[in-house]
Structure formats: structure tokens, C-alpha cells
Design a protein around this ligand. Sequence first.
Ligand SMILES: [Zn+2]
Length: 601
Amino acid sequence: MIGLEIHFQLKGKKLFCDCSTESYGVQKTSFERILSPTASEMGFYDPAAEYEKTRDRKFRYVSTDNSCLVEADEEPPHSPNEDAIATGMMVAGSLNCRPLDSVMFMRKVVVDGSNTSGFQRTAVVGFDGKMETSRGPVRISSVCVEEDSARKIEQDRKVEEDVLYSLDRLGIPLLEIVTEPDILDAEHAVEVAKSIGFIVASTGRSRRQVDSIRQDVNISLGFGRVEIKGIQKLSLIGKSISHEIERQRNMRDAMEILKKRGGMKRPIMFSEAGKYFEKTESKMLKNAFRNRLSIYASVGSNLDGLLKNDQFRVGKDLSDIAKAFGLGGILHTDELPAFGITGKEVEMAREELSPGDEDAIIFVIADKSKAGKLSDAFTSRIKKLSSLDFSETRGPLEDGSTKFLRPLPGKDRMYPETDVPIVQIGSDARQRISEFVPRSEEEIAKDLSEEFSISLQDARTIASNFLLDDFRDLTETTKDGKLSARIMLQTIPEMEKKHKASFETGELNRLLKISTEMGWSRNTLENAMEVMLTRKLDAKQSAKEVQEASLSEGDLMVLVKEIADASGKEIKPGTLIAMLKQKTKKSFDPKEAIEILEKLK
Ligand SMILES: [Zn+2]
């Protein structure tokens, strides 16, 4: 039971103002907002909103060159971007959705501060569709056009409380395609995501940026719905689904053991335990005491061996909650003594709490108010897990695993957007929509291969990995399709794997620009890329290093000529290279040297 929610950004103008979807990275002013949840017309509070409120967060925003008063929520939205709506309808039509003749925007409550207004505007442009796949039909619940959220620019510092958002992304038109839970497994999910991606790419309106595609996966295995939000790479969809299936099974097993032991007999109640650690040698604790924090301890009723043992990871789950409250995590008796904390110290704290045989002790390093809040949060967390309700929103990690983000938002969170009039679809737009025919992966690859004179195989790899737009951008910089294909498909992945590091896209682009302007050989460029990656230099520094360390074309010619004059022009290429290496410590392109020799003949 797997469903996908796929998002694609559209390029051009934003959804409710004339700002461009592209920013030059210029930051203007900044301002702060505090969001307060309000009850719905039915008198209910959204659970996700209430949860956020307990975290006492303040949100800060930076306005950019591509944002105006609309994004800051100081001015009502302008009339919606009709091009974006038509694009959404083309995609909806290709997915066999029911045609609509008018579109109405709704407000969806958003509680994490990623919208200055506290809601996101969204409009259904198609529903009740269906697509064919190799393993049977997958139903499409809806296709929506919505506004993208603000982009977090400071996050995951130790304290996650103060979030800084940039308005550059807020308001970019976003297509959201939601499938019913008809997807069978991880592999099937990847197939569906790809097919939908090709339809969207065929519109020619999808935005080409690293973070422009985001997928959410909904998984229901009988323990409530889990939403994994914001998977950026297609390759991670399959991995995340497999990990999540395993995590839920292990959690179920752990909760069954807890139930057999009689469940949670005492709530989590953190009490100060600093006195047992006064003479500690643990650097972590000493550091905490210096920062006026203390260590708090609680019984984890019947949790011994379930916090971290074989496949059981209830401790990791609680740790994610602690992190959401801005703490470093938790410590517990399944993993202690460790981190410089001794068995004796743990034993003293333990005795005070007079635990039962199957109880664990959980420690947190925090201040008093946070420890109190965590007592309640952990208690309700364990209650929820032991009722086998795993429903929540989780975030993807690079290795395919996930972490707790927040409770699932409630269902009663949409209401009509009265600032935006209902959009009627005119006959011109309807014509354009009905004429749209999506292209297949193979057609896209063939065109690409012809346009840039690259091999069909490379073109297929680029198309099937959604690298089309990245490739076009890259080739705009390098002016050389073959070189771009090689850099993208070989050089970058090989170097990143070899050095276990990743390129910073902006700097790499600058380096490629320098290379094109200077007419570098491929060899020099690859040397510069390696310098950049291994020594963490910026583009200018890397270029300087490599130019200083490499022979200019003129110098290389002089050296080759010297060798040819001394040893004869019939010298073997291998010998030429060996002799060149004796003559100079600077780097050069062997291919270039051999070409010079050929020309001398
Ligand atoms: Zn604007």
C-alpha cells in the first residue's frame, strides 16, 4: 500500500505575482513572524499546529531579488499565473484526469513557518485519473497547482528552534501529482515516478534546479499512514520505501514485546540527576554543565533491551523527538556505559529511581523546562507507538533511512482562498491543453543525442535519470555536449565516490566557466576539479593552483619539440610521455603532447 505525491516546480513567473522563479541570490531585508494556531470553524486545532506551538519557535525570513510584498504577506495575491494552470491541466489530461472548466484556489494550513501567511494556496486542476504501468493501472487522485514554500537556509544546527527562511522559493508554481495507494513496492514506485516525470518534462515548463523535484511517499502497512516528505533524488525513493517497511516491522516487534511485559507501567518523568555526575570525566557532560545544562534521568518502563538492541531502535525514535525539541538526543542504559560516562555513575542514578528488572533508564541533557516538556512528549510517544499507531511525517536521510519530523497534519485544514477569484479556462488555453502530447523516454533520448551529438546510450542515461535540464545547463557553460556528458556521467560520480565528498554546484559551475573561457584541455579541467574537491578550494583558487601547476600549451610544444629534435620524430608515444615527465614536474595532457608530436611529423 504505497502512494506517491510528486512535486515539480514550473519555471517563468511565480504563481501570484510577477516575480521571477529565478533569483540572483541577492538578499534584501529580513523580518520575523510568530505563528499561532487557531481553531478551525469546527472548533478543532490541527494536531501538527499544536505540536509546533509546543516548540515555541520564532521564524525569520529574508526577502530576495525575486520576492515582493506578496511573498511577505503584506499585499494580497495578484491574479494567478495562467500558464502554470494550463501546464497543470496538460499533465492532468495526460494522466486521464477528468477535465475541469474552472479552477478554484484553496488555503491549506501550514504550520512549520515555511509560508509567511501560515497557509499554502493550492488548486485542483484535475482528479480521478489513471495511468498504465508495467504492473497494472495506478489511479491518480489529483493534480494540483500550488505555491511552493519558503526555503530553509539555516537548519539542523544543534538548536533547530530558530529557523531562517529565504523567500526566493516562496510562490514558485508547483505541480503536485498524487497517486492512490496502488503502488506495489519500491521498484514500482520508481517506475511510476519516472513516467510522471517524463510527462512533466514534455511540457517544457519544468524548472531546472537541484531542488526543483521533490517527492513525498505515503506508506500504509496497517500501522497508520507514514508520510516521507521531500525526497529529492529519484534513486532515494526505492531505498526510503525499503527502509521504512523494515523500520515499521521492527517497531511492531518491539511494541509486541513491551505489551507482553505489561506495557508502560510508569510515565516518563525526568528528574535532575546532576549530583551523581559531579565528578564525571565525560567531556560531553562537563561541557553541558559549563553551559548551565544538567542531566535528567527517568525510568523507561519495561523498555530494557528495546531501546537499542539487535533490530530494536526505540531509543532512536525517542532521540528524534528530543532533537525536534532542540536537544542533542538521548542516552540510555542499552548503550551505557559509554561517552566517558561510567557504569558506577549510571548505577547511582539508577538506584535512586528504583526501577524494575525490565526497565531501562533514559537520560537527557537539557535545561529544566525542556526536561519537563520531554517527559510529556516521550510518554505520549510511547503510548502512541504501543497502540501500533506509527502515523506521522518523516524526513528522508541520505542513506535512505528516515527521521521523525512532526505529527501528520489533520484533514480539516483546507478552506477557500477568498482573495483569488475563480479562474475560468478560456478556449485558447483549452485548445493548447488538448493538443499536448507527452513524449516517451526513448523519443527524448533520441532528440538529445542528435541535438548535442552525444551517444544514444549517454542520452538514455541522462533522460532516464532526469538529468535533461542539468545537462542543458552544463552544456550552456561548457559549449561541448560530449564533454558535458562525460563530466556529468563519469567524472563527477567517480571523483565523488573516490574522495567521499561532493561538489558544491555553484563553485563547480564557476570552475567550468573558467575552463571554457581559458580553453583548458579536459585533462586540466579534471585536475582542477580534483583540486577543488580534495582541498575544498573555490573555483578561482582551484583554477590558480592548476594553472600554476600545469604546462601552458606553448611550453608543452617547446618541450615536445626539444625531445623530438634529440630523439627523432619516430619516438613512441609512451617514451615521449615518460621523457616529458622527467623534464617537467608540471602537469600536462598526454593526448595533447602526442598530438603535437604527430603535427611535427
Ligand atoms: Zn513577488
